[in-house]
Design a protein around this ligand. Structure first.
Ligand SMILES: NC(=O)c1ccc[n+]([C@@H]2O[C@H](COP(=O)([O-])OP(=O)(O)OC[C@H]3O[C@@H](n4cnc5c(N)ncnc54)[C@H](O)[C@@H]3O)[C@@H](O)[C@H]2O)c1
Length: 285
């Protein structure tokens, strides 16, 4: 793939020429032309700016503080007290107090522009993942985001094309790929002990009704996506592990995706039973 050809044009071109997507990716990989991370170099110390230190972000920060070589040098959240709490954890772990950013919803831009960082890692509500990753990469930092990385196909392309243009990594932190049972199955698959896998079914079952509608944390924002969007808006916990077993993006690729849903009756019922009649969260489709 030439530098002046975007991956989107490359893929459309190969499809138009009747070459399968999978074959196109295989060739590109064999020729080592996939441009991700070309501006990456091995680092003995990784300077991280963390954006969004709520429920999940706090867990990530505390985990990172246990990893040798990981340094948290900047923290951002719209809630100042959460920034302070994370700064305290970093100091308690023996690292210098990171710079705090809490001047509103777009203060991550200031973090990306002014900090000397290797990685910007975010665990914010879904609508912020793409703006934060793009800001990180445009300012020369690798980007890591909580799931889901993006909410529209157009936004997925923005991430891919910015990663290609900048030569930086942009990774979605899909933890379910790395659970013990999932890794066991992956190992069996790679050893050939499951034969040739020609079909897989996957899913993710997690009763989030209470969390989605509770005050604080995800309850403050996640329910809105259940009202405004219909479909599986959180597919990667189920799909990620199976995609690894089937070498998706490691020599094979999805040709197309289809999403189907039944009405969210359970969530609706829960909202009706637990919320006041005038509560806007009772409007689940
Ligand atoms: N991988 C998993 O197993 C897993 C589990 C839980 C949550 N998550 C994901 O983690 C992300 C965060 O979820 P959560 O449960 O921690 O939610 P949360 O509401 O507890 O935390 C989000 C944090 O982001 C902050 N924030 C909001 N907008 C911001 C902005 N513009 N700039 C900076 N900070 C901002 C909030 O103040 C809050 O502290 C979501 O994408 C969610 O889907 C993943």
């Amino acid at each position: 793939m030439h530098d002046d050809t975007t991956r989107r044009e490359f893929l459309l071109g190969t499809a138009a020429a009747g070459v399968t997507l999978a074959a196109g990716l295989r060739e590109a990989r064999a020729a080592k032309t996939l441009p991700y991370g070309r501006n990456a170099r091995p680092l003995s110390e990784v300077r991280i700016g963390f954006v969004g230190v709520g429920g999940m972000g706090s867990g990530h920060v505390r985990n990172l503080l246990r990893i040798p070589g990981a340094r948290i040098t900047a923290v951002c959240d719209i809630v100042e007290a959460r920034v302070k709490r994370a700064q305290d954890w970093v100091e308690q772990a023996g690292q210098p107090r990171p710079t705090g950013y809490s001047r509103g919803e777009t203060d991550f831009v200031r973090l990306c522009e002014s900090e000397d960082l290797d990685l910007v890692y975010n665990a914010t509500p879904w609508n912020w993942h793409v703006p934060i990753c793009l800001s990180a990469m445009k300012n020369g930092k690798h980007a890591a985001t909580e799931v889901p990385a993006a909410l529209t196909v157009e936004d997925c392309w923005k991430l891919v094309e910015t990663a290609e243009k900048t030569g930086l990594y942009c990774i979605m932190m899909e933890n379910c790929c790395y659970g013990r049972p999932e890794l066991l199955v992956l190992h069996l698959a790679r050893k050939g002990m499951l034969g040739e896998i020609v079909h897989a079914e996957c899913g993710y079952m997690h009763d989030l009704r209470a969390i989605k509608l509770a005050p604080g944390g995800e309850g403050d924002w996640r329910w809105k996506f259940s009202i405004d969007m219909n479909g599986n808006n959180y597919p990667t916990h189920g799909l990620g592990p199976v995609a690894q077993c089937m070498n998706i993006n490691r020599g094979d690729a999805f040709d197309f995706l289809v999403s189907m849903s039944s009405p969210p009756l359970g969530l609706n019922l829960y909202a009706q039973e637990h919320l006041r009649p005038d509560d806007p969260r009772r409007l689940h489709r």
